[in-house]
Design a protein around this ligand. Structure first.
Ligand code: IMP
Ligand code: MG
Length: 338
């Protein structure tokens, strides 16, 4: 069966941590990543922190094979650097049609005021590469790179054979609903749709074998670029707590993230459009007094109130998911399973 992890806000909800936790504790044969290197995922275990923009966050489970689908975009040197850092040479698999972003594409994006100033692009070259792919230009695919030849395999065939044998796959999405090209806050969006069905298509998987769709939320919303935030925080002192304790600094962009209050409308759309079956919450420790609390009943009233609000919301939105995972600190082990 397939489990999918999606973002319910504007990216940086902590999908990396949730995917790492699921993969570490679950028996997935494959952990698949799609999307571009504009999305950074942070995974922390026993004090060691990994910032990844190419390798799937499920790498901490050494039994899980790691896959980049045809809808993945990366850069050869960034990818190989992460392969080395994570020691995953022996279990990385890349679809021949995953795209390798060229230096020219990165430079073109960084030189374009439209991308950088109006949209607030991260500047990895993803948008430019997607644009050239749509125009059917002569772009670079993984199959064209001799340095990656040992990793190339037919991904859709591999994954579907795994399902046929009763195996399990974790599909890690990138960004969140507010950044979806189709369902987000256009034009302040990324260059792809960022919902579960698209992630499946980008990996070469159909919807029939999906077991759970996890949507990840923080109790507040952040944005690294321009675009709507319903109730943005402006108090410098308050913001500082998010930027320090909450680590709300772009993993790839290094920009201080803007912060706003939790948005019910975006959350409801995320549950609905992704067909969410399980909700995961991260950063509950940003409500003072909830650091590494081991039991939900010991959460502070403020945190309890947030959970109650989210439960009430999901009771109103099909398919009425339950809160399944709550993260109480940055380490992968600071996680409660409900
Ligand atoms: P682009 O995808 O780099 O063009 O960026 C488009 C918008 O999405 C900008 O506002 C970015 O800051 C934002 N964005 C892109 N990727 C991420 C991400 O992984 N997390 C948060 N924001 C992102
Ligand atoms: Mg991120």
């Amino acid at each position: 069966m397939i489990d999918v992890v999606c973002g319910g806000q504007a990216g940086d909800e902590g999908k990396g941590k949730i995917a790492a936790y699921l993969s570490y504790t679950g028996n997935y044969d494959y952990c698949v990543r799609v999307g571009g290197p504009n999305a950074g995922h942070t995974v922390e275990l026993d004090g060691k922190s990994y910032t990844l923009k190419n390798i799937p966050s499920g790498f901490l489970n050494s039994k899980t094979k790691l896959v980049l689908g045809a809808g993945a975009y990366t850069k050869t040197e960034w990818l190989l650097d992460e392969v080395k850092k994570t020691g995953t040479q022996d279990r990385l698999i890349i679809d021949p049609y995953a795209v390798l972003i060229t230096d020219e594409q990165t430079a073109a994006e960084r030189g374009a005021a439209h991308f950088m100033n109006k949209i607030g692009s991260v500047g990895t070259g993803l948008g430019q590469a997607v644009k050239e792919r749509i125009e059917r230009r002569d772009i670079k695919f993984a199959k064209d790179e001799p340095l990656l030849k040992d990793y190339i395999q037919e991904v859709p065939e591999l994954l579907n054979k795994c399902l046929d044998k009763g195996g399990n796959i974790l599909l890690e999405g990138t960004q969140g609903i507010k950044l979806s090209l189709l369902h987000g806050e256009y034009p302040f969006v990324t260059s792809r749709d960022t919902t579960a069905s698209t992630f499946l298509g980008e990996a070469g998987l159909g919807p029939k074998s999906v077991r759970d769709v996890y949507v990840v939320f923080k109790p507040y919303v952040t944005r690294v670029g321009p675009g709507p935030l319903e109730k943005e925080l402006t108090d410098e002192k308050e913001l500082k707590v998010y930027h320090t304790k909450g680590h709300e600094i772009g993993t790839v962009s290094k920009r201080l993230r803007r912060v706003g209050e939790f948005e019910n409308r975006a959350a409801a759309r995320a549950l609905m459009i992704n067909g969410c079956t399980k909700i995961a919450i991260t950063h509950i420790d940003m409500f003072p007094g909830n650091d590494r609390v081991k039991n939900v009943k010991d959460f502070t009233p403020q945190a309890q109130e947030f959970l109650a609000q989210l439960r009430a919301l999901s009771a109103q939105v099909y398919p009425h998911p339950k809160i399944a995972i709550i993260s109480t600190g940055p380490d992968m082990k600071d996680t409660l399973l409900l």
